[in-house]
Design a protein around this ligand. Structure first.
Ligand code: ATP
Length: 431
């Protein structure tokens, strides 16, 4: 089923291998006409839930390229590493947490490995015309949030607790990109950092965990929690729960919820000794501002929720992709369907029917219903099958009767039931 879904993504215009014209670039993917619609809708659903519906959460959009000073203070320059070793026989590369004594390549099985080597996952870029002036593509969107904490406080003076959120690209030079779009070198994150008074950590951690689970359920994805062991925690985290989804018997992480304590603001602040910082932070001699909260005069702690857009994309498709007798149907929740409706003239060579259908299409557009496709195949059955497969909620067929009295036939994606409907009722329904 996973393999079938990968071909489906390519054939139906959701996801393409990047640079495939030149043999492909490993760990990078492009999104096609339907993929970009689904991706945008996932991001919009997250933004609505995490920013628009919360009066104490502020959205931002910070730079992708970060100075080495930011990433030195955040711990990424020293600690954001994977350790790997190569099989000397077949040259396959493995992260050491993936492989024990025997090469995992089923055709190899050698026990002869190179010594282990640490590898920083960040991608370096040269900024400006002077060679050697390095910065980095951000490995997480979170750092852009922490370095804008003071800006948001200066502009809005929010009381604790409050959050700052953003959606954007992140880059990790993964040693072994794998599982299609689940582990790539360029991806997008949807992150919210929730700043709280020290001591409120467990309360907000649990609250956010539940809220995030409900969001996943609304996207049609069943999830379970996995609490990381002490030896699995990232350098910034005191406690992390991953939200996992079952892909063919294997649990994969979709989102991490982490109690980062005061590690981040504590790491980026100047005058660290003036505050009672709980986390273990590196001395900071380069920051030029204090990151304490104005009224509270303390460094807030923060709970992070961090989900991957591509993992959400695949989990949503995987959960929605169904076989129903002889048809394939993508049972996406209504707010995620790339098209709400397809307008299908029953023939393509009768001018009155085609122009009546065009009129229906135009009226929907004028009413602000834009996720509609004009489907001029002249074959109603084929159009239904095609739109079931890409998740379109309704097919609206236009025939002689429609030309005469304006009635349309609406067919439901999930039940396949058909009934008559007027254009006004259709507009109401799609709204
Ligand atoms: P994993 O170990 O499962 O690759 P992680 O624990 O390193 O991920 P985090 O640093 O917690 O991931 O990042 C938060 C989220 O960002 C993840 O839950 C995931 O959805 C997404 N993410 C992280 N790395 C990648 C990647 N290489 N490709 C796609 N999405 C990713």
């Amino acid at each position: 089923m996973f393999e079938e879904l990968i071909s489906f993504c390519k054939n139906r215009g959701f996801v393409y291998q990047s640079c495939s014209l030149y043999g492909g670039l490993q760990g990078f993917y492009d999104y096609g006409p339907l993929g970009v619609e689904l991706k945008n809708k996932i991001k919009q659903s997250w933004w609505n839930e995490m920013v628009k519906r919360r009066s104490n959460v502020f959205g931002i959009d910070s730079n992708i390229i970060l100075s080495d000073k930011v990433l030195s203070s955040s711990g990424h320059l020293d600690g954001f590493e994977d350790v790997f070793k190569d099989c000397r026989n077949c040259k396959s590369r493995f992260r050491i947490d993936e492989v024990k004594d025997v090469c995992l390549n089923p055709k190899c099985g050698s026990r002869d490995f190179t010594p282990e080597k640490a590898f920083n996952l960040m991608m370096k870029v040269n900024v400006g015309p002077t060679e050697g002036n390095y910065a980095y593509l951000r490995p997480e969107t979170a750092q852009g949030i922490f370095i804008n904490f003071k800006n948001v406080m200066d502009s809005f003076s929010p009381k604790l607790p409050f959050g700052i959120a953003q959606i954007g690209k992140a880059f990790r030079n993964e040693v072994t990109p794998k599982n299609f779009i689940l582990k790539t070198r360029e991806f997008e994150q949807m992150e919210m950092e929730f700043f709280i008074k020290p001591g409120d950590n467990d309360y907000y951690f649990e609250q956010l965990k539940e809220q995030r689970k409900q969001w996943w359920n609304k996207q049609g994805v069943e999830v379970v929690f996995y609490e990381q062991g002490k030896d699995e925690l990232a350098h910034y985290s005191k406690k992390t729960t991953d939200i996992m989804c079952d892909f063919e018997g294997t649990l994969q992480e979709l989102e991490g919820i982490a109690d980062r304590q005061d590690f981040d603001l504590g790491s980026h602040t100047k005058a660290q000794s003036e505050f009672d910082i709980k986390a273990k932070v590196k001395p900071n001699t380069t920051s030029i501002d204090k990151l304490s909260h104005f009224q509270e005069k303390l460094i807030p702690h923060n709970i992070e929720v961090s989900a991957g857009v591509e993992r959400a994309f695949l989990a949503i498709l995987y959960s929605a992709y169904k076989k129903d007798g002889d048809r394939t149907v993508l049972k996406l929740p209504a707010h995620l369907a790339p098209f709400k409706a397809a307008i299908v003239p029953i023939v393509k060579n009768k001018e009155d029917i085609v122009s009546c259908a065009q009129g229906v299409f135009d009226k929907l557009q004028d009413a602000g219903i834009l996720d509609v496709k004009f489907e001029l195949t002249g074959n109603v059955g084929k159009s239904y099958a095609k739109h079931d497969e890409i998740g379109t909620l309704y097919c609206i067929s236009v025939d002689h009767e429609s030309v005469k009295d304006g009635t349309l036939t609406i067919r439901d994606r999930d039940t396949r039931e058909q009934s008559k409907i007027s254009i006004d009722k259709l507009i109401e329904l799609l709204r």
